[in-house]
Design a protein around this ligand. Structure first.
Ligand code: HEC
Length: 170
């Protein structure tokens, strides 16, 4: 019993000593912010979630856009379905640029036993005008920083966001 407790404590120590929550894009820690969009030290989009559950604007938009455009294949909360793989898992190894490439150009795994295809969504403004938001939301899910369901509290809409959005949507 005592030995087991020791082993459990040692395991806990190892977990907490590992680099803080790196995913396929790297360390998600916030290093900068521009117009409500947070970025990590490499300039890749990242999430910011307060201890009380308040999420950044992009994470909250990402949830809505993911649910509208990706959920039918990738399942509720990014967890996967019989039509598409879990993106919570995929982002553990996929980088931001690989993510962008796949969403823009699609993907067909020829060796897959099932005939499932990721459609190329590069010309769909409902996806591409919100791609950073979708990524940030999924990154937060993948890093375990955000639970299932719709975030209940979010930061206010950044000044200038609507203008950029309108320009993109045309
Ligand atoms: C019509 C169903 C469908 C829709 C809609 C869809 N996907 Fe996919 N997606 C797939 C399938 C199937 C795969 C697996 C393709 C493969 O591995 O060959 C996939 C793969 C991916 C991958 C690569 C995963 C990996 O491990 O390499 C990413 C990233 C991805 N999808 C993101 C998205 C995002 C973001 C959206 C919404 C904007 C979306 N998908 C909408 C079906 C879909």
């Amino acid at each position: 019993m005592r030995i087991k407790t020791w082993a459990a404590m040692a395991a806990l120590f190892l977990v907490s000593a590992a680099p803080a929550g790196a995913d396929g894009t790297g360390d998600p820690a916030v290093a900068s912010v521009s117009d409500g969009e947070y970025a990590d030290k490499d300039g890749n989009p990242t999430f910011k979630i307060e201890p009380d559950g308040t999420v950044d604007w992009y994470t909250s938009v990402g949830y809505i856009r993911y649910t509208a455009n990706c959920m039918q294949c990738h399942g509720p909360d990014g967890l996967g379905s019989s039509f598409g793989p879990s993106l919570v898992d995929a982002l553990q190894t996929l980088s931001y640029s690989q993510f962008l490439d796949t969403v823009t150009n699609g993907k067909k795994n020829v060796s897959a036993s099932q005939d499932l295809v990721m459609p190329a969504l590069g010309s769909n403004p409902n996806v591409m005008c919100y791609i950073d938001a979708i990524f940030v939301y999924l990154r937060a899910r993948s890093d375990g920083a955000l639970g299932r369901g719709q975030p209940q509290k979010n930061e206010p809409k950044p000044a200038g966001y609507s203008k950029t959005e309108d320009a993109c949507m045309g």
